[in-house]
Structures are given as C-alpha cells and as structure tokens.
Ligand binder design. Structure first.
Ligand code: ADP
Ligand code: MG
Ligand code: MG
Length: 891
C-alpha cells in the first residue's frame, strides 16, 4: 500500500486519500504555482493507525525518511543540520474542510543548536528565536498536550514588561530568549523531561499527534454536528516558508470573492512579520488586503492573478492562505471558501452568468438548510434602539438573546430549552464550538472577519459580530462593560451581524424580503423542479407572505385558528355549550359571516391557485377554558355569595354560579383520556354535523362571490382524520349537498375538489377505497408519524425522543425528518393504491416535513405532486425540490 504521496504525484481528485489540503497542494504544484515542496501521508494510514499504531508507524518510517531526503535535495537544506536546518510544518488535512479543528505544528526541526545556525545564516536573530519560540509552544500544546494558555501567559508577561499594549513583534531577541527559557522550564515541569532536541523524534511524535487529533473531542463534535464521516486525516509535511522574517515578510488569508456578501471583489487580511495562524487567531488586528497594494504592490497583483487562476480552475470561490518571505509570494493552501448563505446565492448566480457553471450546478451547490437562513431577520427601522457599540459584521442577520459568557453554560441552557442565547466571548476557539452550536448568535471582543468565531458562525448561518473592541469582557464575573453600561449574564442584548450593531435589550425584528439574485435563483429552481410547492397558511396575512415567497397554492389552511380569535371565541363557546339545535344554529349563524370573510380574503389573494381548506379538526375542549380555572372562578363566586348571605341575607350570584356549573360539567363531559385519538377530525363532523355544514357554506359562498366578480378560485375541501371509507362517504354526501346548493344559489361555474388528509394508518392501507371518494390525498405527516410510531408527539419530544437520539436508538427525530421506512412506506403504498382507483388523484404533504429538505427529496422520489410548508420555508423547499429533480435525472 502506498502511504505517502509527494506533492508532485497527487492531484485535486485524490481528496479522499490526501485530504483536501494535500490534494490541493498537489494540484497547485501541478499548476506550477509557488508551493513550498512537501509530501502527504494518506488518510488510509491514519485509519489504520487507529487499528494498529505500532505497525503503521513502523511501515511509514522508512518512506517518510526517503521523502525527507528528497525535500532536502529540493531545498538545499538539511533536516537537523546545525548550520542550514530544513524546517517543516506538519499539517493535518481532512477530506472535508474542518477549519481549525485539528492540529498543525510549524517550524519543526529547530533545537538549541540549529536555532543558532538559523540565526547566523539569515543574520536575523530575532526571526530565528521567534520561530523557535513558536515551535516550542506549538509542539508542547499539540503534541504534548500542555495547555496553550500557559504559554500565552508567559508571553503576555513579557509583553506587559514592555508596555501595556505591546505586541509579540515588540519583543526583541534578548526578551525572546527569556521567553524561551521560561517555556522550556514550563515544559520540564509539565512533562518531567527536557524538550526533545532530535528533529526526527519531533517529526514522528508530531505525525502521531496529527493522526490522533482526528479523534479529539472538538473534532468529533464538529464531525457529528456537520455530519462528516470517519474519513481519517491526512498529514502534510511541508518545507517552511517564513512570514516572520521582518517587515518584508507577511502572512495572510484571502478570498477570491467576498465571503460575506458574494461581491466579485477579492477580500482578505494579512499581517506583516507574522506567522501561521496569527491572522486567524486574532492576536493582532490584521490589515485589509487593499493595504497590500501600497505595501507590496507587485506581490499584490501576483496574488490577484493567482486567485483568479485558482477560481477559474476550481470553478468556485477560493479561500487561500499565503505567506510572503522576503518579498516572495508562496501559496500554502486553497479550498472552496465557506461563505454566508447570501454570498452563496450571489456567487452561484454570478458564476452562471459568467458561464463558469451551469444552472444545475448552481442549484446543486447550495445547501437548502443554510439558504433558509437567508430569510434573515433585520431590526425594525421604526424601532427605537439603544446602540451600545459597533463591531465588525462577520455573519449577517439580527437576533436577540440573553448574554452568556461561556460555551458550557450556553450548551446547558440550550439543552434546557433556552432558544435565545448570544455567546459573548473575548474570542472563540475550536473548543467553544459546542457553545456556538447552542447559541443563536455570537459576539466577540477581538478578531477580524477571518477569525474563528466569524468563520464558524458563517458556516452555521448564525449572526455574528467580531472585534467589538469597545466592549470589555470580564469573563470571571460574567459581564461586559461598554462605556458606563454593564451587561450581565442573562441580560438581553440584540446583535445585528449585517450592520455590526450591538444593541441593548430585545428589539423588534422584521422578516426579510426576497429580491435580486435570490429571486433569480428561485426562478431557476422553478424551471428545474417538478414538485409543486404550496404553503401552509391560516390567515390572509400568511397567504400574502406565502404569495410573496412564491407559493403555488395553499396546501393547508387550518380553520381552528379562525375560531380562536378573541372576539370569536365566546361565540364559539356559546355554540359548543348550546343545549338545543336552535341555540347552536344561532351561534353558528354568527360565525358563518366571519369564516366567509376569512376565506374570501384568502381566496382573493391566492387568485387562480388552489387553496386546500381543512374542516375543523381539533377536539372541542380546546376551545373551552381550562377546568381548574373555571373551578377557581366558581370558588370565588361562592365565597362572595356566602359572605353576602351571612351579612345581608341575599345571594346575588346564584345565577352566575349556575352558569359556571354548566361550563364545568360541559368541560368534564368533553374531556377525553386521549384527546389526540378522541372526538376530532371527521368524527367531529359526524357527531356535530352543523359545524362542518357552516364551514362548507362559508367556503362556497366566498368562492362563488369572488367568481361572480370574475376572480378565479379553486377551493379544495379537506376532510381530516379519515380512517374508513364509510366515514368519508358519510361526511362527503352531507357536505356535497351544501356545496351544490350554494353553487346553485349563486349560479356560477366553480372548479372544486373534495379530498382527505391521510393521517391514520388505516386510511393509507385502504387507500384504494378512500380514493373512490377523495379527489386528493394530503399526507398529514405529523399525525401519521404519531400514529405509525404510537408516539404522542408532545410527550415523546419532551420525555424520551432526546434520550432515544442520545442512545442512538433513533437516528433522527421522526417529527423533524420524515421516517422513510415506516411513515414513508405508508405514503408510498397509499399513492399506489389511490392511483389505481383514481389515476388523476392529486397527492401532497402538509405536515411540517413539507419544508424539510431530505423529506422533500423523499417526497419527490415517491411521486408526490406537491409539498406544503410554512411560507418562509418555500424558497428552501423549491431549492430542495430542484435538487431532487436534478439528482433523479443523474441516476
Ligand atoms: P489549518 O488547517 O488549521 O488552517 P494549516 O495546516 O493550514 O492549519 O496551518 C496553520 C497555519 O500555518 C496556516 O496559516 C498556514 O498557512 C501556516 N503554515 C502551514 N504550513 C506552513 C509552511 N510550510 N510554511 C509557512 N506557513 C505554514
Ligand atoms: Mg489552513
Ligand atoms: Mg392531523
């Protein structure tokens, strides 16, 4: 087995073997770019290492030594030499980019002697000892596991001696020597032996450490969150180039397009006289790439050309690392750059227009889940806000939440159900990832747009502000100060990652609109997809939003919300409590015009598009007050009554008490052991037919009136919770009569449908019969999931699904991600049986799954006609639907 590839041997398509970094270093070497030479140990070696470390290390040792010889030849330096030492970096590199998750060691090969050789050779003592200092620190941290902060403390101590704001570059040779002495002492104290001087030993320990870093806690967490398989990491060993040689040297990162907004202008940051991760770590505040135009004019244009070339070659936006050593440019890494969702959309559309990629490629590149974040909230312009400070806007969107100052607390609170958390940190490190994941937004005091917090938040699509230097965080006391304000743990703040504003308290936010490239993207998705996308919308306001977001109809309009409205609820309660048919009809007559009004507005907004209205579904007790509250009210009345009886000998509240008694007995009689399986859905219509009749009358009156005005309306009446054809027949006969009468009254032609919701397993199993009466099936996958699993959702999600997920008994929460094996198979069967009876049967999904990408792809695969989801998920659903169509074609 070939475990090692020279950079001359590999190419970009060997990512699985060489990791992203190694494959791209090879590819760039092939392209003839200026890449420091090196070689890559494969991911296969890493995976085998976890099975048998001793054997793997034995196997690769001679190969590593041979490649090292080649490196020596190529560079004219010698590994371990005291006069002209070859220094290398040992860099991890996974198949899928996991920025900052794993470990890298720089300047390896230095020791007490060779550092002097390097100083003599370069006539730059400061540089040599700076490199030695860095190597001591990185090796001790990455390889030996001594906490980095212990070294930082020493470094800070010496910086402070020079001045309050001194930076690492202010330390001269003699001070660096003292730092180094302290570092070595620390090493000896922690490890119990002196720092390894033998470069070969340093090298192999580092290789092993990089292998092991694949399974460190933060890498594992990141993989779990990002769904990255256990690929193993490659190890790259590369000759060092030095950005810390003085002011004619620098290191930086650059993007070929702006990763925050997608503008086709390069973007980047760099630091002169610096090395490696100084830029990313936010140690000093970096300079903008533009500054390079003056500072290193020739290199600047070379860099731009290189980026352009790389972008065209990879056909995607590139994120590169570069180093300038003594006025010479080296490229150290390239990868497809992470970007905000809005940048992703802009770049995809721009690249289609530039002819770089096809429309299909543009669609396939987008992650629908992240695009959903595009529907970012912003701060209401009319709101009066108190801006505390400004920072660098690193990831867009506005969010309010409680300030939390450490990752663990954020995680704990999130697990307890807290949904509004803003993580406030001096800066974040890879160890903080679980906290970022638990929060809705992040705010840091230090760092730039390429700092860890910025990169990770953008990747997660969460709002972020970094480098907010006006705030002063006190980690110990869990608070931050800004001017004379103190924000403590648990206080609400709002951050706007789009503008960089940090605002006191909770402020009103507004929903986004769709425009520009996003709109173009949705047009492309519309061209490609075959699955219809409708909205779940209960009110005219929802319907309006749905239309704006591109809904092709309403897949589910629930009527119970209309009943719940404040002015209506008492009438609804009267209707329920009516003793006689006449009294009930009286109340229903009052509700009719209200319902009609709702439907009228919704139909009008959705002109010409189908609107599926579900007849009243929930158990009636949901419209009545809580039993204990009424009992309490009765208790109070009784007490007052008793008092006035004893004092005045009258009981004025007798009537009131009687009324309460009536309500209490009604609530009792309507209460059910298991309301979700009780008197609801079509059962309600069979027991209380007047309610359904009123609703159908309202639907058809509204539709006919609009028809008369020349407005096209396509109502679809959905009868819920049907399990038997006989139920559907009974209800439908009764309601058809109402519909036909109404249409006749208005004397119009109306296109309409009667159909059902498939949400009881029996309905799916007998779909051939159900389809005799139903012209459409809409899968109510929330209930269907409950009944297929036998899980009551509220109990399950609160009590045992989290445990099931934790113990990996369940892979996903089936209420979030459609269960393809159980629920999905029922759907498949129902479609097949239904279409046998009625070939033109229309089928859709209207549970929450209708807006979830993987469920949408499944829906496409089983031949559903449309999905229905909440209005703001429509763009996401369209992209997922287009992706499903493309994937299907490819297969
Ligand atoms: P990560 O995957 O965390 O970015 P890298 O392996 O890319 O880790 O290395 C960390 C930093 O060290 C980067 O800034 C990189 O450019 C720098 N670096 C790595 N190898 C070399 C080298 N041979 N010469 C100079 N700088 C290097
Ligand atoms: Mg890197
Ligand atoms: Mg239901």
């Amino acid at each position: 087995m070939k475990f090692i590839y020279d950079f001359n041997e590999g190419n970009k398509d060997l990512k699985n073997l060489l990791g992203g970094k190694g494959a791209n270093l090879s590819e760039m070497t092939r392209l003839g770019l200026n890449i420091p030479p090196g070689f890559t140990i494969t991911t296969e070696a890493c995976l085998l290492y976890f099975q048998d470390p001793v054997e793997v290390m034995q196997k690769i040792t001679p190969d590593v030594m041979n490649h090292l010889k080649d490196l020596e030849k190529e560079t004219g330096k010698k590994f371990g030499d005291v006069q002209n030492p070859l220094l290398v970096s040992v860099r991890s590199g996974s198949v899928v980019s996991m920025p900052g998750m794993m470990d890298t060691v720089l300047n390896l090969g230095l020791n007490d002697e060779s550092v002097m050789g390097l100083a003599n050779l370069t006539k730059n003592k400061r540089f040599a000892y700076d490199s030695w200092r860095r190597f001591l620190q990185m090796f001790s941290d990455v390889v030996m596991g001594i906490g980095d902060e212990k070294f930082e403390r020493i470094l800070t101590k010496y910086k402070r001696k020079i001045g309050r704001n001194a930076q690492d570059t202010d330390l001269d040779f003699s001070e660096l020597r003292k730092v180094i002495a302290d570092y070595k002492a620390l090493y000896e104290k922690e490890i119990g032996s002196s720092f390894p001087q033998d470069p070969v030993k340093q090298l192999f320990l580092s290789i092993e450490a990089v292998f092991k870093s694949w399974n460190n806690r933060r890498a594992k967490t990141y993989r779990k969150i990002s769904n990255i398989p256990d690929f193993g990491t490659a190890v790259n060993i590369q000759a060092m180039v030095f950005g810390n040689k003085g002011n004619n040297s620098a290191t930086g990162v650059a993007f070929s397009r702006d990763p925050s907004n997608g503008q086709n202008q390069n973007f980047g940051e760099y630091l002169t006289n610096a090395q490696g991760e100084d830029v990313v770590a936010g140690i000093r505040t970096p300079k903008k790439l533009d500054t390079m135009k003056e500072e290193f004019p020739e290199i600047y244009s070379e860099l731009l050309e290189t980026m352009d070339r790389l972008e065209k070659h990879y056909r995607d936006m590139q994120d590169i690392e570069f180093t300038i050593e003594d006025g010479k440019l080296y490229i150290l890494q390239t990868r497809n750059g992470k970007r905000t969702p809005s940048a992703a959309v802009k770049i995809a559309i721009d690249m289609v227009k530039e002819g770089l990629i096809t429309k299909e490629e543009a669609i396939m590149r987008l992650d629908p889940k992240k695009i959903s974040k595009l529907l970012f909230k912003s701060i209401d312009e009319n709101a009066i806000i108190h801006v505390l400070a400004h920072g660098i806007s690193a990831s867009p969107g506005a969010v309010s939440g409680i300030a939390i100052f450490d990752a663990d607390t954020a995680e704990t609170l999130a697990n307890e159900g807290e949904k509004e958390i803003i993580l406030v940190r001096p800066q974040t490190k890879p160890d903080d990832v679980h906290g970022l994941y638990a929060s809705s937004g992040v705010l840091t005091q230090f760092g730039g747009k390429t700092s860890h917090a910025a990169v990770v938040a953008r990747g997660m699509g969460k709002p972020a502000i970094v480098g907010a230097s006006d705030i002063e965080i006190d980690e110990e006391n869990k608070e931050f100060r800004v001017a004379d304000m103190v924000v403590r743990e648990g206080d609400y703040i709002t951050i706007d990652g789009t503008t960089g504003q940090i605002i006191e308290g909770k402020v009103p936010l507004v929903e986004p609109e769709i425009e520009g490239e996003f709109l173009e993207l949705l047009q492309i998705a519309d061209e490609i997809k075959s699955l219809g996308v409708r909205a779940n919308a209960d009110t005219p306001l929802d319907a309006q939003k749905a239309l704006e977001f591109g809904a092709e109809g309403i897949g589910l309009c629930r009527t119970e919300h209309m009943f719940m409205e404040k002015e209506r609820l008492p009438i609804v309660q009267n209707m329920i409590m009516a003793r006689t048919k006449e009294n009930r009809q009286e109340a229903l007559d009052k509700i009719l015009p209200m319902q009609k009004g709702d439907f009228y507005e919704i139909f009008k907004i959705m002109e010409g598009k189908p609107v599926t209205i579900r007849l009243l579904d929930p158990p009636l007790h949901e419209f009545l007050p809580e039993l204990s509250i009424v009992q309490l009210e009765r208790q109070e009345l009784r007490m007052t009554n008793a008092l006035s009886k004893s004092l005045l000998n009258i009981s004025p509240l007798d009537e009131e008490i009687k009324k309460k008694n009536k309500v209490i007995s009604l609530i009792r009689s309507l209460s059910e052991e298991n309301p979700m399986m009780g008197l609801r859905g079509c059962r309600l219509g069979i027991v209380w037919p007047e309610i359904n009749e009123m609703q159908v009358k309202a639907i058809f009156q509204a539709a006919c009136e609009l028809k008369l005005q020349g407005i096209n309306v396509i109502p679809e009446v959905m009868i819920p919770l049907v399990g038997m054809i006989s139920e559907l027949q009974y209800v439908k006969v009764q309601l058809m009569q109402v519909a036909l009468e109404t249409i006749k009254e208005y004397n119009v032609e109306l296109e309409y449908k009667f159909g059902t919701m498939i949400e009881v397993p029996r309905a799916a199993l007998t779909a051939n019969e159900i389809a005799i009466e139903a012209e459409f099936f809409s899968f109510g996958t929330n209930d269907l999931t409950q009944m297929t699993y036998g899980f009551s959702r509220d109990d399950a999600e609160g009590k045992f699904i989290p445990i099931y997920l934790n113990k990996e008994i369940l892979e996903h929460n089936p209420f979030e991600i459609l269960d393809q094996e159980g629920v999905g198979q029922l759907m498949k069967l129902a479609i097949k049986l239904g279409k046998k009876t009625r070939p033109d049967l229309k089928t859709g999904i209207c549970g929450e799954h209708g807006g979830e990408p993987s469920s949408i792809k499944f829906s496409h695969s089983i031949g559903l006609d449309y999905v229905s989801c909440s209005p703001f998920r429509i763009p996401v659903a369209k992209i997922a639907a287009a992706q499903a169509a493309i994937e299907n074609k490819q297969e």
